[in-house]
Structures are given as C-alpha cells and as structure tokens.
Design a protein around this ligand. Structure first.
Ligand code: FMN
Length: 183
C-alpha cells in the first residue's frame, strides 16, 4: 500500500508513553508537518508551544482535572476524579496549538495542522494523542499567561507526543456510512 495511506490507517491515539524524551529532529519534523497544513486564505493562523517541562505538563493535567471534577457531564466528572488519570498520559512532550483569533477560519486551520502532526508522528513511529480536554485549562486566563503567547492568539487544542508505551490494534472499520457518488 502507498506509504501515506498506510500511515493514515495505522495511526491510533496513544494513551501510554515511555518517559524517554523525543529527539529534537523528529519533533522539528512533526511541527514542520503541522505548518504545512492547508489554511483558509493561506492565513497559517497557528502557533505551536512545545512543553517539555514536566512540572507544567503535570500542572495542566491537575488543574484541568480539578475543573473536570466539578462538571455536570458524568463521564467528564468521573475522569476528573480518577486519581490515576493524567490528561496527557504522562507524555514527555505536549504541543499546545493556539489560533490567531482574527483569521478567517482559525479552528479548522489549526485542526488541519494537528492532523498533519499526528500523521507525521505516526510516520516516525512516535505516539500521539489529540487532547481536547486541555480546554479546561485553556479557559483560565492566568494559567494560559504561562505560555507567553503572541498577541491575538488563544489556545484551542493540545497534542501529546512521545514514544509509544503500547501498540493498539489497527483502527476498526469506520462507522460513518460509505460515501455516495454522483457521476
Ligand atoms: C477534537 C478532538 C478532541 C480529542 N480529545 C481527546 C482527549 O482530550 N483525550 C483523549 O484521550 N483523546 C482525545 N481525542 C482522541 C479521540 O478520542 C480518538 O481520536 C478517537 O477515539 C478515535 O481513536 P483513534 O485516534 O485511535 O483512531 C480527541 C480527538 C479529537 C478529534
């Protein structure tokens, strides 16, 4: 099978990581792949913050969980209260993806960048997981100030990256209905 198609079908969310740090070269390659995503009006309205500081990674997890534990939605509340749950699964690196607020289509563009990063990571046998739950931390202005983001940017998602601590089976067949063709 074509290599790109194989990577697309092999990628899975990794939820256990080895503590080993990633090499700078592979990290750079993953970030560069993110920056090569398409974007509306070619705005490229993303900013990537790579956090390798264990204390900050753990802090984001802890503070997010505190907020999750107070939510009405049962599964989020339960995850927040679970002692052994770590928002980033103890990954050694977390990329916070921030979007430029005044761009044409910032959230979609940043999501395209994230998918590029996940696929690039898989192609290098680096584990990754898209982390939306970091939004509980992103909504705290004083906390986000720690990222030192450029003016006009706000974080939207995070990506956990690291050496795979487990190897899930290949993805199950997709649930969505098959495409329709109109010829
Ligand atoms: C917008 C978005 C947010 C997500 N947030 C989380 C998250 O906070 N934690 C997590 O473990 N997985 C998260 N995921 C990963 C999905 O759970 C995962 O992609 C899905 O279950 C399919 O599994 P696969 O990635 O192994 O194919 C998120 C995915 C997307 C697209």
């Amino acid at each position: 099978m074509n290599k790109v198609l194989d990577v697309i079908k092999s990628r899975r969310s990794i939820r256990r990581y080895l503590p080993d740090p990633l090499g700078q070269e592979e990290l750079d390659a993953i970030l560069e792949a993110g920056a090569y995503a398409p974007s509306a009006h070619n705005d490229q309205p993303w900013h990537f913050t790579v956090i390798r500081n264990r204390e900050l990674i753990d802090r984001i997890s802890r503070v997010s969980k505190e907020r999750m534990a107070a939510q009405d939605t049962g599964w989020i509340r339960e995850m927040g209260r679970k002692e052994d749950f770590h928002l980033f699964y103890h990954a050694p690196a977390v990329v916070v993806v921030s979007m430029r607020r005044d761009a044409l289509s910032p959230l979609v563009d940043c999501s395209a960048a994230i998918e590029n990063m996940l696929l690039a990571a898989e192609s290098l046998d680096v584990g990754s997981c898209w982390i939306g739950l970091a939004g509980y931390w992103f909504s705290l202005r004083d906390e986000v100030a720690r990222l030192g983001l450029p003016e006009g940017y706000e974080p939207c998602y995070a990506v956990a990256l690291g050496r795979k601590g487990h190897r899930p089976s290949r993805a199950l067949p997709r649930k969505a209905p098959p495409p329709s063709f109109i010829d």
